[in-house]
Design a protein around this ligand. Structure first.
Ligand code: SF4
Length: 250
């Protein structure tokens, strides 16, 4: 029997992909493979447990053992929106090691939960996972929006991961994704100031080793330069202060 491995990220897209795989192939030869970055939101684990119970298959967890910042320190490179080595070291490689040990490429399909509107990523992902066969259940019709997938989870009796209700587009790395831009980090500062502070500290420490690097970039005035989380926070706070004064004056 063909082994069906769903790369379960904790996001709603990979849960929806798992639903399609179960509907088509059942659960007998199903593996729910989760790569833990060790900085996930606590509610992600709650959702994975609930989803595993709903599907009837326990989650297979793999972990590199490092956090994203530990990878950055060891690789001497701070991840950002253009290049994020954390994803490779903390997600792809541990999953690949698991596949090498447990899944015959000739008789395994790896299912990835990317959305139909991310379909342009398909060829690179297929190349990256060779020699395993890769399928993208959510790139097939009916095409679902994120809201429809969240609704489907509610209909299945599940409480969706809380990061979505808190206004985040993805449920990964506890909201602290280095691929996010200024708008994303402004939202982190708003919703999780203590998590923002932790990333700010880690970025500051890394800068003492690597020099002028930052997750964000400042593109004002036609120049692109590193924008530290500290500078960005101070900018946001002074902006907020100005807004408050303006509202008060009115
Ligand atoms: S979610 Fe973002 S920070 Fe986390 S591993 Fe992926 S790219 Fe890195």
């Amino acid at each position: 029997m063909t082994l069906h491995v769903v790369q379960l990220s904790g996001g709603i897209g990979s849960w929806a992909a798992a639903q399609r795989v179960v509907a088509e192939h059942g659960t007998r030869d199903l593996v729910l493979l989760f790569a833990d970055t060790l900085v996930e939101d606590e509610d992600l684990y709650r959702f994975l447990d609930d989803a595993a119970e709903q599907i009837g298959v326990t989650v297979t967890r793999v972990a590199d053992g490092r956090t994203p910042f530990e990878v950055f320190r060891q690789r001497r490179f701070l991840g950002n929106s253009r290049l994020a080595p954390c994803s490779d070291f903390l997600k792809q490689r541990p999953c690949r090691s698991w596949l090498e040990a447990h899944a015959d490429p000739a008789d395994t399909v790896l299912h990835i939960g990317i959305d139909w509107f991310e379909e342009r990523r398909v060829p690179a992902i297929v190349r990256g996972w060779a020699p395993w066969t890769v399928a993208f259940p959510m790139c097939d019709p009916p095409y679902l929006t994120k809201e429809q997938m969240l609704d489907a989870a509610r209909t299945a009796g599940l409480r969706p991961p809380r990061l979505y209700a808190l206004g985040f587009a993805h449920n990964n790395c506890g909201s602290l994704c280095v691929r996010g831009g200024q708008k994303h980090w402004a939202h982190v500062l708003d919703v999780f100031p203590e998590r923002y502070a932790q990333s700010e500290r880690e970025e500051r420490e890394l800068r003492t080793e690597l020099g002028d690097v930052a997750i964000l970039r400042d593109r004002t005035g036609g120049h692109s330069r590193p924008l530290t989380l500290t500078d960005f926070r101070e900018r946001q706070e002074s902006q907020e202060g100005q807004n408050r004064r303006r509202n008060h004056d009115h």
